[in-house]
Design a protein around this ligand. Structure first.
Ligand code: MN
Length: 729
């Protein structure tokens, strides 16, 4: 068996041919379902044409054809035939579900969602986001495989659309779908897509390459045959029988090489690749030995992807040698099974012969990828995969118009509102997710469509800070609250000062017109009237001091102690009222002091429930340490410590780092993450490291309300069998 998949546009493909191809590998398939979906799609698309002028149905047929080549299950093939009927023919997902079952309907709905994404940027990071989004949205990985088949056929027939559209679609394919195919290990699709992208993005280079490769074709065919004969002969000497094939490499990989080395086509030597397929792993290494002893290997070009498979599951031996005619040739050696995985990647998991026809495999492929990655150097790749799976990276939601927004994991409709516009955020009164009313604390999921309801009379309140996840939303709310506080301080200050002057029978209005008023600004170094009010309102300047600064009042001896007393008690009362409202702002209460800058020490990072002590720092307010913090107890200046208490009215999520040491076991990271999420604790980040003795070390940054929630989290992780220790750091 030698798989070389070709996905070219097949004009004559019809139902009978599809059935024949499925029968070839799965005689017991549900052909009734296949016939039914075919007839359904044909009826739905009746009268619609492709840009090529052909009947539209040729497109879904080709998509199904590709899925059959990948040996996908019947639900995927049926979904391939129906993939455009919801979007293009106005058929409802409910009807698809009624006619073809839930699985097919879900795949078709997933495809429709992906087709609504507006890919508009070329920026690498953005492209990565979109790829993650596609993965996150496709709860069922088959959605992505059908999408790739769809894109494959669209690329195959791209010459029929306008130049501008060609470039746009090809760039999008290169940015989004080629990396997806690569990550899923579907190399046959990846290789073809890349060549097609080159053809439409850089036609001049593509056709020059095609011409040169073609020019040498007859010459090369002879050469390939010679090389195969020589290798086969060598292998036979050692009693090895194997399938051998040679081909010219994909244009795109030649192009990449030309770019990377800055050389022209003539200087690229190894444009030929040979593949040796054998029965088992022992034979792979045996063939490698024979090849290396028969031809001179190029140093540094041997790669053992059998011992260390690629993250997408790819396994093979690669080597480059000086061939029989003194030319460099690349030789890949692998088993038939490895070859199937190399060509079809994750799709291989759905092939019929393994009886994996049912869905719900969402996580399994990730688990399998993880098993390949016990090696240290690939840890970051592994984490990327896990990250996508767990959505730690973010969630992707739609505006009612279909624009995409990326939000932090755990984001709420309020985060979304602030992502749209600050004014929308401030005025939010409610939201609809997928058409249903939800509370503002509702957690959004990838793929949700979010609508925000606003009201002119709405404004942010402090508890909103607990409802949002994003830094942007938080800072916008804080800014607003700060302004409100300034405004209320201003009003308070003005009220107190006016009252004070009235007591002395002086009109404030008139006083401001006199030159003596100017001296007040100077004395208290304030810029203007508003500033003075704010300072008074926030308690930094007392109204008594201001009154005493007015020369005319002093001169006429109007300032009596009883009146001063009255001003003071009035000010106190008013201030108390305002302060009581703002006391919820700080996590920590410092006895007898207000408006102090309080921050948590980085060395011990206290959370509510920890015994705490405050430490007065010069110019930086008060730093709060845990009672057992070593930095604190080593500190000489005991006189600067101060009693502090947790503010019970203050509720906030605190980030805490915990280290988990485990026995090395595939999927352990994902298992721990799931455990943490299952008790409703959010993970902000995760890091992994391999330790000697087959152990793993993970550091999780989690968000907890207080000490008891932290204990609960640690307890839950400790209960996992493979976990050795859990420590707060
Ligand atoms: Mn399509």
């Amino acid at each position: 068996m030698y798989l070389q998949l070709d996905y070219s546009h097949e004009r004559d493909l019809d139902l009978d041919e599809l059935i024949r191809r499925v029968e070839a590998y799965y005689p017991d398939a549900d052909f009734v379902q296949l016939r039914k979906s075919y007839a359904y799609a044909e009826r739905a698309h009746k009268g619609q044409k492709r840009s090529s002028g052909e009947e539209y149905i040729i497109h879904p047929i080709n998509v199904a054809g590709t899925l059959i080549k990948l040996r996908m299950d019947m639900d995927s093939i049926v979904a391939g035939l129906l993939h455009d009927v919801v979007e293009d023919c106005g058929i409802s997902p409910q009807e698809i579900e009624k006619e073809f079952g839930k699985e097919v309907a879900q795949i078709v709905v997933g495809l429709t969602k992906i087709s609504k994404i507006k890919f508009k940027t070329k920026e690498e990071s953005q492209a990565e986001n979109f790829r993650n989004m596609v993965v996150a949205m496709a709860k069922d990985i088959r959605v992505i495989i059908v999408k790739l088949a769809d894109r494959m056929h669209n690329m195959r027939t791209l010459q029929y659309v306008s130049d501008e559209k060609q470039k746009k679609i090809a760039q999008e394919t290169l940015d989004i779908f080629v990396p997806l195919a690569s990550r899923l290990g579907i190399n046959s699709v990846k290789g073809e897509l890349e060549d097609l992208c080159l053809r439409f993005l850089h036609p001049d280079i593509y056709y020059r390459l095609a011409e040169k490769v073609a020019m040498k074709k007859s010459e090369r065919d002879v050469y390939i045959k010679d090389v195969i004969d020589v290798i086969e002969e060598k292998l036979l000497e050692y009693g090895m029988k194997s399938a051998l094939k040679g081909r010219s490499k994909h244009f795109f990989s030649i192009y990449k090489k030309m770019m990377a080395r800055g050389v022209d086509f003539e200087q690229i030597q190894d444009i030929l690749a040979f593949r040796v397929l054998v029965n088992n792993i022992t034979e792979c290494y045996k063939v490698l030995g024979i090849v290396h002893s028969s031809f001179t290997p190029i140093p540094g070009r041997f790669k053992d992807y059998i011992a260390i498979p690629k993250v997408n599951g790819y396994q093979s031996l690669h080597t480059t040698v000086i061939g029989p005619k003194a030319e460099r040739i690349e030789i890949q050696i692998r088993t038939d099974d490895m070859d199937e995985v190399a060509e079809t990647g994750v799709a291989a998991h759905w092939k019929y012969k393994e009886g994996l026809a049912s869905g719900h495999q969402k996580l399994d492929w990730v688990q399998e990828l993880l098993e390949f990655n016990k090696n240290d150097s690939t840890n970051h790749e592994m984490l990327n995969v896990v990250k996508n799976d767990l959505d730690i990276g973010g969630v992707f939601v739609f505006t009612p118009k279909g624009d995409v927004r990326e939000l932090r994991y755990g984001a709420t409709p309020l985060d979304f509102a602030y992502a749209i516009h600050t004014d929308v955020g401030h005025k939010t009164v409610g939201s609809k997710v997928n058409g249903r009313m939800v509370p503002l604390r509702h957690t959004l999921k990838s793929g949700d469509t979010v609508e925000i309801l606003t009201s002119k009379s709405q404004s942010p309140s402090k508890d909103w800070l607990n409802l949002v996840k994003s830094t942007r939303a938080k800072s916008k709310i804080k800014q607003f609250l700060l302004k409100i506080e300034r405004d209320s301080n201003k009003e308070l200050g003005k009220e107190v000062l006016e009252k004070a002057f009235r007591l002395f029978g002086t009109s404030f209005k008139n006083l401001k017109k006199t030159p003596e008023w100017e001296s007040v600004y100077k004395e208290f170094s304030v810029a203007n009237e508003d500033d003075l009010y704010i300072q008074i309102g926030s308690g930094k300047i007392s109204p008594k001091d201001v009154v005493e600064e007015i020369p005319s009042l002093k001169k006429e001896k109007l300032i009596e102690p009883s009146k001063i007393e009255e001003i003071n008690s009035y000010t106190k009362e008013l201030t108390k009222k305002v302060r009581r409202k703002s006391n919820k702002d700080n996590a920590v209460i410092v006895d007898g002091m207000e408006d102090l800058l309080v921050r948590m020490a980085k060395c011990c990072n206290p959370i509510p429930g920890d015994p705490i002590v405050g430490y007065i720092t010069r110019g930086r307010g008060i730093t709060v340490h845990t009672g057992i913090c070593e930095r604190m107890s080593n500190s000489v200046d005991v006189g600067r410590s101060i009693d502090v208490q947790w503010n019970t009215e203050f509720s906030f999520k605190h980030p805490v780092n915990i280290r988990v040491i485990t026995h090395d076991k595939p999927g352990i990271l994902s298992q721990i993450s799931k455990t943490i999420n299952s008790i409703d604790v959010n993970i902000r980040s995760a890091m992994a490291k391999s330790l000697p003795d087959r152990k793993g070390s993970f550091i999780f940054e989690v968000e907890v309300k207080d000490y008891s929630e932290l204990l609960k989290t640690i307890g839950a992780i400790e209960s996992l069998e493979e976990v050795i220790s859990v420590t707060r750091i």
